[in-house]
Design a binder for this molecule. Sequence first.
Ligand SMILES: NC(=O)c1ccc[n+]([C@@H]2O[C@H](COP(=O)([O-])OP(=O)(O)OC[C@H]3O[C@@H](n4cnc5c(N)ncnc54)[C@H](O)[C@@H]3O)[C@@H](O)[C@H]2O)c1
Length: 344
Amino acid sequence: MGIEIGIIGVGWCGGIRAITAADNPQITKLHICDIKPDRLDEVVKLSKPASFTTDYREILANPNVKMVMISTTPENTHYPICKAALLAGKHVLIEKPIAQQRHEADELIELAEKRGLVLSVGYSQRFNPRVAYIKKVIDDGTLGEPVTALSSRNLAADLGGRIQGRTKLSLAAMEATHDLDFLLWCLAPRKPIRVFSQISAKRMAKGTSNAPDHQWIMVTLDDGTTLTVGAGVIMPPGHPQYCQTYMQIIGTEGALTIYDDRSEVTLNTNQHGIRYPMSTMPGEFVGHVFEGPMATETNYFIDCVARGKPLMVKPAEARLVMEVYVAADISAERNEPVTLPRND
Ligand SMILES: NC(=O)c1ccc[n+]([C@@H]2O[C@H](COP(=O)([O-])OP(=O)(O)OC[C@H]3O[C@@H](n4cnc5c(N)ncnc54)[C@H](O)[C@@H]3O)[C@@H](O)[C@H]2O)c1
């Protein structure tokens, strides 16, 4: 039996999810929503939904819709829409961050549990094969006992400016959250016990905002493993929504290094100079195929609901990541390490 799905917010990410869901054989009907009629119109043409609306409550009121994906911005829309969706009995995939406040995340998790609904968070990097490879070589013992891990991610300034223009959430909450999530996932069941963070603000702060350019976060796990995660937003344009990542995992028996800068594909034109296509975090459609993790993630979540596949991102894991990035922001503000779990 097929499933009807609703996608709420069909901008960049929601557009990818809508087009992917439209092509998923387990989906019988797609319903989409966006408050921007122009963008809605574009995605209607691309995904040919059964219905479309500018009011997400119409989707939630439809008893045939079993699951929704919420891809709205600004990020403070996540909690109220997610709560309304769970109250309406829908399974939910919500883009990160799950909520703005920790008590909101707790409420959503409790609501989903009480109602027997599947709730997951869009940590799409877990579906990046390079990240999955890190988990594989840690799990199968190739690297021995993990000693330290580094993930340094930098976004192009146009994307960084857009993100910082729409939310007051930190780079830890908006960007490093992905790296914290996948490193904690790869290294589970180890738990974070200490967090130290420092922020640098020189370029963005010259504009209208006082937003930071970069944030480093250092996390110590309960077995002594250390993690260092960097999140930056002032890279020159390499591609629309360009993202460059360097990852290194060192264990007692080996080391794994991943340069995820996509420089293996270089496009040079008179108009734009050098560009690195296919270098965005969620990925992009390339003709008949999709390059990147978000289409796989979308189909995986549909499988969780349709075929009971085990959930990849459990909401409690997203909650733990939230604990770490909140601690990072407190640490950066106070210029001192923060111990987890916090007792203040
Ligand atoms: N996993 C990833 O790799 C990844 C990458 C980028 C962004 N994100 C996250 O995905 C989310 C979406 O980001 P984006 O870049 O696609 O944003 P976007 O701004 O391109 O799209 C968001 C859309 O939501 C719509 N919207 C806002 N309020 C709405 C409402 N009440 N009802 C219906 N539609 C509404 C907006 O009109 C807009 O079209 C964000 O939370 C972001 O943090 C995840």
